[in-house]
Unconditional design. Structure first.
Length: 137
């Protein structure tokens, strides 16, 4: 594996984690939404990653890419509010299925993964710089 592939691998991971952070932000913004743009309760979104080859075709280096964003299969949260115009015949309103605790865990995980990949890139840059300095001596 070429040292230059490290930059491609880390940048692919940073792009994927950035999209994951944006998805988490969208989920958290809609945690108390009863109705989304389609008229139904907001459904939490989840990012699906896939390993993808990076570098030369004979190289085994793997980066990551986002294949799709899917809606969570978790059930809607039902809130008792008989005065709401969105309430069903039993007085319950279907709310978003966003779990704020789970989203905060996802946010911390994505943020740390992003930071780790920044550190990987910085370390690779330092290694390349030191390699060039060896030739100068």
């Amino acid at each position: 594996m070429s040292l230059f592939n490290v930059f491609q691998i880390s940048s692919s991971a940073m792009s994927a984690q950035s999209l994951r952070l944006n998805t988490v932000a969208s989920n958290l913004a809609n945690v108390d939404s009863a109705v989304s743009a389609n008229g139904q309760p907001y459904r939490a979104k989840e990012v699906v990653f896939q390993a993808t080859p990076v570098g030369n075709s004979g190289d085994a280096s793997q980066g990551v890419r986002v294949t799709r964003i899917v809606e969570s299969a978790a059930p809607q949260r039902m809130t008792y509010d008989p005065g709401s115009p969105l309430a069903d015949e039993n007085g319950y309103v279907a709310m978003s299925n966003v779990d704020p605790v789970e989203e905060m865990v996802n946010m911390i995980s994505a943020s740390r993964s992003y930071q780790t990949n920044v550190e990987v890139m910085n370390t690779a840059k330092q290694m390349l710089t030191r390699t060039l300095q060896i030739g100068q001596a």
